[in-house]
Design a protein around this ligand. Structure first.
Ligand code: SF4
Length: 356
């Protein structure tokens, strides 16, 4: 298997890249749309960025919003007609709490769009698990606690939930199919001593990969660094030990613990990525990205409550350039390093390209 988390994927879509700048005057469909079907969640994680009052992410989220069934089917129809390549379902809430998820992914299966989801895994069973196992490209389950007691304390969920989620994952892998099952471990000051044990446990039940990331506790990069500094070396040692013992072709361990500890400041004045992977929220607003979802002041591109997505996307191209990351995106941004690469690519002097 090749590199799953590489930032270079976008460079396989030259036509899209060349349509991005304001001067190109082309409108092309997004490649990958993230849909937040519902804001309802059956867990209550203390660090959930959508529910934390001190983070800009999710500041305008209504926890009861869900995309109406008819609207969801219309969105899927539009994405297929536009030639969108992939859809990821995520929160807001947990996508598996959305009552129309199975019908939605059945429609996607019948299109050319590939799909994936982020979930807490507690509802990964019965027909929806069967369907994902056979038709989804990947599924990623978020984890933090390392046993029943710690997991329940993190998430304010039933005492045996950790065991049930592990059992769901194990059963899911035994279904067979082609869906790649990953786990995202979120590191904080409670679990930092348990990362190796948790990776070992996950490898033992047959998951395909584990990604280790830092818990984001502030909009400020300096405050995040201060939070993680005391535990960083311990976490890194455990990741290295797990990689040495278990990492390889059959089980990938992705160390994203360091990458998000960088500075959050931006130096560029337009965002390529919002045309590549925008977000449709459960409030029927279209947002620039996952990191600005439910931030109406800074992240809103517009609403599709009274129009179709394909109509929304095709008019008023200028809205893509009204967001200035150097001014309003000085916080965590998953697309930052991709944006930097794309802007450099587009800035290459056309008269000198031949001198490669
Ligand atoms: S720069 Fe990052 S945070 Fe800002 S709109 Fe673009 S993807 Fe979102």
């Amino acid at each position: 298997m090749g590199l799953l988390y590489t930032k270079m994927k976008i460079f396989h879509f030259k036509e899209k890249l060349d349509s991005l700048s304001e001067e190109s005057n082309q409108i092309s469909p997004p490649l990958h749309v993230r849909i937040k079907p519902t804001n309802i969640c059956n867990h209550d994680c203390w660090y959930c960025a959508y529910r934390a009052d001190n983070l800009q992410l999710g500041q305008d989220m209504n926890v009861l919003d869900s995309i109406p069934r008819i609207k969801m089917l219309e969105i899927v129809e539009d994405l297929a007609a536009m030639g969108v390549r992939a859809v990821t379902f995520s929160g807001g809430g947990d996508p598996f709490c959305y009552p129309h998820l199975l019908e939605t992914v059945e429609r996607l299966r019948d299109s050319k769009i590939r799909f994936a989801a982020l979930t807490n895994g507690s509802r990964l069973y019965s027909s929806i698990a069967e369907f994902f196992a056979h038709h989804a490209t990947w599924l990623r389950i978020s984890m933090d606690g390392w046993d029943n007691a710690s997991y329940a304390a993190y998430r304010n969920c039933p005492d045996d939930e950790f065991s049930r989620v592990l059992a769901n994952m194990e059963t899911f892998k035994k279904i067979g199919g082609k869906c790649y099952l990953g786990v995202g471990i979120v590191v904080d000051i409670r679990n930092f001593n348990h990362i190796y044990d948790l990776i070992r446990k996950l490898q033992g039940i047959g998951v395909d990969s584990v990604k280790v990331s830092p818990c984001i506790v502030s909009n400020s990069g300096a405050e995040n660094n201060a939070y993680h500094d005391p535990i960083c070396s311990t976490v890194k040692e455990q990741i290295a030990k797990a990689m040495a013992e278990y990492g390889g072709q059959e089980f990938e361990i992705n160390d994203s613990y360091h990458k998000q500890l960088e500075t959050f400041s931006k130096t560029y004045h337009w965002c390529p990525y919002l045309q590549i992977s925008p977000v449709i929220g459960a409030d029927l607003n279209v947002y620039t990205c996952h990191d600005k979802a439910y931030n109406i002041k800074d992240g809103l591109l517009g609403s599709i409550s009274d129009k179709r997505f394909k109509e929304f996307w095709s008019v008023n191209r200028s809205k893509f350039y009204g967001i200035d990351p150097a001014v309003i995106c000085n916080h965590h941004c998953v697309a930052d390093s991709s944006n930097l690469r794309i802007i450099e690519y587009l800035s290459a002097d056309k008269n000198h390209l031949d001198f490669v």
